[in-house]
Ligand binder design. Structure first.
Ligand SMILES: *Cc1c(COP(=O)(O)O)cnc(C)c1O
Length: 243
């Protein structure tokens, strides 16, 4: 098990390096986030001990269950799943960044809790760039006004934009939803919103990380290619099922 994970990690880093080379990009500009839903803490620990520093969970329950084993390791934990407002307080105990900010009511409630705790939080705005109804995230044309609105919350530091691209067996069908996130980022820059000058793009998973890097990703979130399939023979992930 340990050897597998270490080998897989090496391969994923090679994929990232190669994709950067092809795109003429510096691989220092692309972070790897371990997508660890359903992965037991002992496996995550192997990846951390191999040098990984960033992970993302989709469910509060899993953050909590794995906390005691991971808390003392050098790992930054992000929340990348759909977040219900009644879970905010718990998630804030474990995560330092929420990548799935997708509505004003969530921003409001986060701000309220963060004020109470006297702290700030990094956030990514999740955008639905694949136009699939099953996906969470803001509609692309709503992002600029959303950013203007949430900028008023001083507890929230807007780090970037996140999307789950359209997955398809055909490579070129996956590209538009990734490219769109970059275009939205550029539109936000063009809108010259005060204080918004550096937005990272969190996009790309096991299946589409090369394309995502070609389209400008700064953070790929990879699970299956590192830890193996979550369920054999079935559709392998469904982060859209709320807790
Ligand atoms: C599961 C998940 C990933 C990783 O997907 P893989 O195909 O296993 O690499 C990335 N982002 C989010 C939001 C996820 O839920």
């Amino acid at each position: 098990m340990k050897e597998d994970i270490i080998l897989n990690l090496k391969q994923v880093h090679e994929r990232i390096e190669n994709a950067c080379k092809t795109a003429g990009r510096d691989s220092a500009d692309v972070q790897l986030l371990l997508a660890t839903k359903t992965v037991p803490a002992e496996k995550i620990r192997i990846a951390i001990e191999a040098g990984e520093t960033l992970m993302g969970e989709n469910k509060m329950q899993e953050l909590r269950d794995k906390d005691s084993e991971l808390r003392n390791l050098n790992i930054e934990r992000h929340f990348i799943g759909h977040l219900q407002t009644n879970k905010i307080k718990d998630v804030l105990k474990y995560a330092t960044c929420i990548q799935s900010l997708d509505r004003l009511s969530l921003a409001q409630e986060l701000d309220k809790q963060l004020q109470k705790e006297g702290r700030k939080l990094d956030v990514f705005v999740q955008v639905n760039t694949s136009f699939e109804e099953s996906k969470f995230g803001l509609a692309p044309d709503a992002v600029i006004s959303f950013i203007r609105e949430i900028k008023q919350y001083e507890t929230l530091t807007i780090k970037g934009l996140m999307t789950i691209g359209l997955l398809d067996v055909e490579k070129e069908k996956m590209r538009p939803s990734l490219r769109l996130l970059r275009e939205i980022r550029d539109e936000i820059y063009n809108a010259k919103i005060d204080g918004i000058t550096d937005l990272k793009l969190s996009m790309g998973m096991s299946q589409d990380l090369e394309l995502a890097i070609a389209e400008g990703s700064n953070m790929v979130r990879v699970g299956t290619s590192i830890f193996g399939n979550r369920f054999l023979g079935k559709e392998i992930w469904n982060e859209n099922i709320a807790e």
